[in-house]
Design a protein around this ligand. Sequence first.
Ligand code: SF4
Ligand code: SF4
Length: 240
Amino acid sequence: MQGDAVSLNEKLGNFCRARGADLFGIADLVPVRDFILSQGPAMLGQFPRAVSMGIRLNDGIVDSHSPNEPRRHSLYWHHVYDVVTQSLDFLANDVTRWLIDRGFQAFPVPGSTPYDFDKLMGIFSHKLAAHLAGLGWIGKSCLLLTEPFGPRIRFVSVLTDAPLEPGSPLDRPCGKCRVCIDACPVKAFTGAEFNPAEGREVRFEVQKCSEYRREHPCGLCVSTCPKGKNPRDKPPGPGL
Ligand code: SF4
Ligand code: SF4
């Protein structure tokens, strides 16, 4: 790693932590450029790096949420999509300005990216960036599981040409665990382990989840996963 890259990574990591990031890492996007172009607009394909940042969810809210209450009354939904996602967008905006002020190009991808209702996916995968940055691995739930917080965290990404040193992807199987598969009220998971060579449909019938969540503030695959229970006992995550 070059000295300049080290100091840039460290300075940016410190800035992200001061602005509220619980996890921070750098993804190398070059090997996945074709996938990025297949998912979103061409301008996203020009950036070789993504700054991946996560903000953890509140345990009390995650543990007490019920998918049976109306979505408009759900504290869980408000916390995840209004509070944490909005905080991530402000964080990404600050990081974008930080990078541009230092002469680099930077583009903040919104925390809840504009959605393609045909493909049932966003224009850019924050989960992919976090995985490539070494912040976690993909579970049978298709969620990114992190060592300190399990899936109780949301991510945002800033795409950039800054010469940041990337992390290395992590892969850890769920093994015999089936907790999320059994907990899902619409049986959206097939039980298959993550395999980057296979499409999402091998693991996840996203249409089932999407239809259920139009009415129900479900996050049972987040709250029931044994990874991330009692996260306050866990050490700080990588990059911080
Ligand atoms: S959010 Fe609920 S419905 Fe959707 S996959 Fe997770 S457990 Fe199943
Ligand atoms: S609940 Fe178990 S199977 Fe599902 S993602 Fe978490 S560890 Fe993997």
